[in-house]
Design a protein around this ligand. Structure first.
Ligand code: PEP
Ligand code: MN
Length: 290
């Protein structure tokens, strides 16, 4: 028995639909596909991503600017400069953006630039952060901890909701196990279970689950088939040159092909993949003063 109250299926007795933007929502008929690099590296990089995958379609872009890196010597992200990149791409391409928040002190500035705040696996049980996100005023993408049980994951969501923010999307991204061939072990049973235990949307991150680009597409299809409300997939204009998680990054072409290949699977389970970004991805001309 999981002792959740507010996120429990029995509390709401419905499927929560969580708006990311006016036209993009998690938990409805539409599958939400989020794409982008592990790390925001430059404006040019993010523009290339938006131009090439926006019409695939993907419904949102993601790139990390505050990066939780295993080594303190690895690139830690562009920080606020990266947020400015995301804000620019968001407004020029009319597409929602998502990025990770690692500390309470980052919430305000990230919420001012992004449509959704990601809590990474390493922070899933950072309870003070979860409590503070209750007041973030933006939807939260909560990733499952590296070794978190389903109950711990559900209760982490309960922290955010009980502190005032009902808009939480769960993300299964694989858990640690004994086998190192794949980076983690994707727990698709958790996706099915979470959809039964809670009324929250559940998405899947096949990239961090498998850690190898050639395994991403088949696993993404399985996730859609078992009822995921969306996917978050890492891709990069030059995958081998990604500053982080290069081995799992898809090329932009592979990302477009993957989205196309998901359509029959989505249809089979009653989901749609639509270009919900409204005006498409023709960049808004930059107005210069005469
Ligand atoms: C990421 O999304 O780039 C990331 C670091 O993921 P996770 O927190 O799932 O390891
Ligand atoms: Mn990554």
């Amino acid at each position: 028995m999981i002792n959740a109250k507010l996120v429990a299926q029995s509390h709401a007795n419905h499927q929560s639909v969580i708006q990311l933007s006016e036209t993009v929502a998690f938990g409805g008929d539409e599958l939400v596909i989020i794409g982008g690099p592990c790390t925001v590296e430059s404006l040019e990089q993010m523009e290339t991503v938006a131009e090439n995958i926006g019409d695939a379609p993907v419904q949102a872009l993601r790139g990390g600017v505050f990066k939780p890196r295993t080594s303190p010597y690895a690139f830690q992200g562009m920080g606020e400069e990266g947020l400015a990149v995301l804000a620019e791409v968001r407004s020029r391409y009319n597409i929602p953006v998502i990025t990770e928040v690692m500390a309470i002190s980052q919430i305000e500035v990230v919420a001012a630039h992004a449509d959704m705040l990601q809590v990474g696996s390493r922070n899933m049980q950072n309870f003070d952060l979860l409590k503070a996100l209750g007041q973030a005023g933006k939807p939260i993408l909560l990733k499952r901890g590296l070794a978190a049980t389903i109950e711990e994951f559900v209760m982490a969501a309960e922290y955010i909701v009980s502190h005032g923010n009902p808009d939480v999307v769960l993300c299964e991204r694989g858990i640690r196990s004994f086998d190192t061939y794949t980076r983690n072990v994707l727990d698709l049973a958790a996706v099915a279970a979470l959809k039964q235990i809670t009324h929250l949307p559940v998405i899947v991150d096949p990239s961090h689950a498998v850690g190898k680009r050639e395994l991403v597409a088949p696993v993404a299809k399985a996730a859609v088939a078992c009822g995921a409300d969306g996917l978050i997939i890492e891709c990069h204009p030059e995958p081998e040159k990604s500053v982080s998680d290069a081995r799992q990054a898809l090329s932009l072409e592979d990302m477009v092909n993957l989205v196309a290949s998901l359509k029959p699977v989505a249809t089979a389970v009653g989901r749609k993949i639509s270009n919900t970004n409204g005006v498409g991805l023709q960049p808004t001309p930059i107005c210069r003063a005469a």
